[in-house]
Design a protein around this ligand. Sequence first.
Ligand code: MG
Ligand code: ZN
Length: 221
Amino acid sequence: MEEQYEKEIVIETDFLKKNEQCANDIENLFKANQINAYDIMGSIGAGKTSLIIELVKKLKDKHNIYAIAGDLTTDIDAERIKEAGADVKQINTGKECHLDTTTIKNTLQDINLKEIDILFVENVGNLICPADYRLGTKKRIVVIAITEGPYMVLKHPYTFLSADIVVINKIDLSPYVGVEPDDLEKDLHKVNPKATVFQCSCRNREGIDALLKELLPEFRY
Ligand code: MG
Ligand code: ZN
C-alpha cells in the first residue's frame, strides 16, 4: 500500500514540474507577442464569465480580446463571451477539473497570437486543484461571490494564496445573505497579504473600472 502511495506522489510531482516548465514557455510566448493574459479561477456560479463579459464590454472597442473558456461539457460561457465581443475558444475538459498548460499550449497553436492584446482564460469552476497548475498568465484572478457564504476564503487557503487579484463579487446581495464583503476581505488579507482585493458587482458594474485600472494601468479605455 505504502509503495503505491509513494508512486502516486512521484507521478504527481512530475506532472507539476512539467506543468511549471510549460507555464514558463507560455509566459515567454505571451511576452514575445505582447499579450496581457489573465487566468480566472473560482467556483461554479461565482461570476467568472460575468466578470470576463464586463471587462470585454469595456475593452473591446480599443483592444483585440480573446478568451479561452474551460468547462466540463457545455459551451454556455463561450457563447456568452462571444456575444459580448471577444473571440472565444471553448475547451471541454470532460472529467478533468482544471486546465493545464498542455491544453493551453495546444489551444494557442490554433490562434494568431500577433492579433491579440488581451487574453482571458476562464478556468474550470472549482476552487481546489486549478491553484496547483500555473498557466503562464501575467496574473491570476480568483472570483468569490458573497453568496458562497462567510467561510470560503478560510476553507480554500491555497487557491487564494495563488491569487494576484481577488474579486469579491455580488456585493449588491450582501444585505440579503448576511455576508459582509469587508469580513471576506479581512480573511483574504490574513491568507494572502499580497493579493489586491476588489469588491464588485458584475450585475451593477460596480468596481469594474477600478479592477481594469489594476489590470491594465498602461492602457487607455
Ligand atoms: Mg463560467
Ligand atoms: Zn483538477
